[in-house]
Every structure is written in structure tokens, then in C-alpha cells.
Design a protein around this ligand. Structure first.
Ligand code: TRP
Length: 410
């Protein structure tokens, strides 16, 4: 299949389109909607050249795994893909695949948006019973966020605890940090990839400029090669054709466009992708949450009191400005953040429908919806905090040990 890795140039590099309008910008480092509006995901699919995740694929996942579809699947949080149908074909034939995801450890505490891909990956691992590799790109954040090597490594192991707290199965999961693991077969693959990508091409895909340091320019192969089973000889030796599925937020797509372009040229399978939209900021849906504004997001370290405060004070409401108007016109659910957040984390479909209907018709008030959201989020965050407190340094070492996983497919 011919695929243009440079597809989405304008989006990737953040330059305006030909009519001179300001385009939305979506790349691994920046997510900004056009004119402070919402991200146009249809346009993104078209620009990036990925496929929409159709309802029929969701049904197929349920049929093949015997597990009900995850909330993030049935409500379209994961909305785009590349060759996910091929992964399901492979699985249907009784063959296996592996999962690959990752995190750039740029901050001490994760927010709810960071949890989304990990919660979903855990569901995929449980449903398909497949191995998983998780890359912690401490090198990436050292270069982009100007952290010291030591600080990046410390953040990587702190973040590993939050990731482990999501409940991954240690018999099927290998977590690695680039500073510790890059070398050997992994590095050989990086060099193979690097030889296939010109400077012009990374400029087209990522929008690097002449002023960017060469660390940034040479980084993409590091994130590319976990897509190839031969990068993990202790796990997949002799399984060079094993397919890889990458759950990620769609801002990571440029890395994997490049990877998929290179793969056949070095004799490897292209990784498949399943991609999510962004978790909106409390203030509204115009981009990713900003790490520099603690009031734009709920963190997994927040107390119930913090959560209550943030939701009540900052969560953008689609309710009307007076009770009379609200009763008359109802809430605008399209822009209402409490309803959006409930769409991610309230599992009960019937209750969510009820809230949407009553709130949308003005019979339910913003305060009631926010109250329910505070309950749902507090429970989620408290559960996470308990799980994280139980993760010891020894467990981190165990997940990160370079070791075979003899039962990873059973
Ligand atoms: N670059 C990603 C980040 O900054 C981390 C990452 C590495 C990743 N490999 C990945 C994310 C694979 C998703 C899938 O968070």
C-alpha cells in the first residue's frame, strides 16, 4: 500500500495552509485548535491519512475477544486507526501480536489524560492476552524539556509506578527506559531506520528547523523501533514477523507514519495503530491540557477536595446563565466539560444517557452534574492512589528487568 509519510505536512509543521488561514496544529509537541475552537478530528484523519474506526470493528473486537468493548471504544475516544483490521485478521487466524505504547516522562504527576492510553492498553492486554512493551522516553524529555539526564531518569521510574498502578500483568509486560535499554539489537534497528530517513523527510513530518539541535532530529528512530519485534530479542527471538499494535493519542501519529514508511524497506512489518482523541482541559476543548497550568487538569495526586474545587471552579459549563434560561433552553452538551468527562469515566451507559437527556433538556442543573462527576473522579483517583502506593521499587525493577516472558501468549 502506498502511503505518503509526509501527508499532513501543514499540520505536522504547524504552518498555515495555502489560503493563509491559521491551521490547527497537531504534532507530538503541540496541539492547538484553529482560532481557539475545537480540534477538527475529521480533518485530522484526512490530513494524516489514517482510517476512521468504524462501529463494525468495535463489534468485531467484542466477537473475537468475548469481552464487552471498553468505554473508550464504544464511545469513540479511540476513533482512528491504521490497519487495526489486519491485527484482528491475524488474531482471528489464531496467531498473536504484541502491543507497544509509551510515555515521555516530563512531569512528576500524571493527569487523567495521561491515564487514557494506559487504561485502554490494559484492557487490550486483558482482552487479547498478548505481550506489551512500554517505552519510557527519558532521552526524549531530556532533550525537549531541557531536563538533566538524572532528573529524566528519576521521572521515568516515578512514572513507571503510575503505569504499573494501572494494573498491567507482569507476566506479559516489559517496561523499559531508553537510557537503560537502548543498545544491541534495538540500536541496530535504529541505525537501519535512520539510514532510510533524510533530513528533508523529518522536516516534512515533524517540522524541525535548522535551529533545532541534532538530538531532536535524530530521536525519531528511537520511538520507531519498538514497533519491530527484533528490537526485543529476549522476548521475540525467532518471531520477526510478529505484528505490533500501538495504542496512542493521535498526536504521536507522525512518528509512526515515518515508521510505517520505512518498515517494508528494511524487511519489517508495518506496525498497526489505534488512536485516541485528546482528553480536554477543564477550561474547554481547544487542545491538550497544559502541564504549566495545574488548574487545567485533574492529577492522579489530587485529593478529593482538590477535585471538587477544580471541577466546581474551572470545569467549563454548557449550562445557561440563569436558572430560568436553563430550564427553558437546557445545557449545551457540545461544550460542556462535566458531561465530556463523564463520557470518559462513567461506565454506566444508561446513567450517562439519562444525564445527557435531563441536563440537555434543562431539568438537571450544572451543579448536579458536577457533583456526580466529582464522585466518579474521586473514586477513580483514590483507586489509583491506593494501587500506586502498593507499587514498590522492587516491582519497578521486576517490570523493567530484561527477561524472557515465557507465558506471555497463554
Ligand atoms: N513520545 C511519547 C510522549 O511524549 C512517548 C512514547 C514513546 C509513546 N513511544 C510511544 C507514546 C508509543 C505512544 C506510543 O509521551
Amino acid at each position: 500500500m502506498a502511503e505518503d509519510p509526509k501527508k499532513g505536512d501543514a499540520v505536522g509543521s504547524g504552518v498555515g495552509d495555502r489560503e493563509g488561514e491559521e491551521e490547527q496544529v497537531v504534532n507530538p509537541w503541540e496541539v492547538t485548535a484553529k482560532d481557539g475552537g475545537k480540534i477538527d478530528y475529521d480533518k485530522l484523519i484526512e490530513k494524516f491519512g489514517c482510517q476512521r474506526l468504524e462501529e463494525s470493528l468495535v463489534r468485531r473486537v467484542e466477537r473475537l475477544t468475548g469481552h464487552p468493548a471498553h468505554v473508550f471504544l464504544r464511545r469513540g475516544v479511540f476513533f482512528a486507526h491504521r490497519d487495526f483490521n489486519e491485527i484482528l485478521d491475524v488474531y482471528e487466524r489464531g496467531e498473536k501480536f504484541y502491543l507497544y505504547t509509551g510515555r515521555g516522562p516530563s512531569s512528576e504527576a500524571l493527569h487523567l489524560g495521561h491515564l487514557v492510553p494506559f487504561m485502554f492498553t490494559k484492557y487490550l492486554q486483558d482482552a487479547f492476552k498478548v505481550p506489551l512493551v512500554i517505552q519510557l522516553t527519558d532521552d526524549e524529555k531530556c532533550m525537549w524539556k531541557n531536563l538533566t539526564v538524572e532528573e529524566s531518569k528519576r521521572l521515568a521510574s516515578e512514572n513507571a509506578k503510575d503505569i504499573i498502578a494501572c494494573g498491567f500483568d507482569i507476566t506479559r509486560t516489559f517496561i523499559f527506559s531508553d537510557f537503560n535499554y537502548v543498545g544491541g539489537a534495538f540500536y541496530e534497528n535504529m541505525v537501519k531506520v535512520a539510514k532510510c530517513v533524510t533530513f528533508n523527510k523529518v522536516v516534512g513530518i515533524f517540522g524541525f528547523t535548522n535551529e533545532d539541535h541534532i538530538g531532536k532530529i535524530s530521536f525519531p528512530p528511537v520511538q520507531a523501533v519498538p514497533s519491530f519485534p527484533s528490537s526485543f530479542p529476549h522476548l521475540f527471538s525467532g518471531k520477526d514477523n510478529l505484528r505490533c499494535l500501538i495504542p496512542c493519542a493521535i498526536d504521536q501519529d507522525p512518528y509512526f507514519r515515518m515508521t510505517r514508511d520505512v518498515a517494508p524497506r528494511i524487511g519489517y512489518q508495518k506496525p498497526a495503530l489505534i488512536e485516541s482523541s485528546f482528553f480536554p482541559a477543564l477550561q474547554g476543548e481547544s487542545g491538550k491540557m497544559s502541564a504549566s497550568d495545574p488548574n487545567s487538569a485533574i492529577y492522579v495526586t489530587d485529593s478529593s477536595k482538590d477535585i471538587k474545587n477544580k471541577v466546581n471552579r474551572y470545569a467549563f459549563s454548557g449550562g445557561q446563565d440563569s436558572i430560568e434560561n436553563h430550564r427553558k433552553y437546557g445545557a449545551n452538551l457540545e461544550v460542556d466539560i462535566p458531561v465530556k468527562y463523564l463520557g470518559f469515566f462513567l461506565e454506566d451507559d444508561a446513567e450517562l444517557d439519562h444525564i445527557r437527556k435531563e441536563y440537555g433538556a434543562g431539568r438537571m442543573l450544572t451543579g448536579e452534574v458536577k457533583k456526580r462527576l466529582v464522585e466518579v473522579l474521586s473514586e477513580l483517583v483514590e483507586r489509583h492512589q491506593r494501587a500506586r502506593a502498593a507499587v514498590t521499587d522492587e516491582m519497578v525493577d521486576a517490570f523493567m528487568a530484561v527477561r524472557p516472558l515465557p507465558h506471555m501468549f497463554s
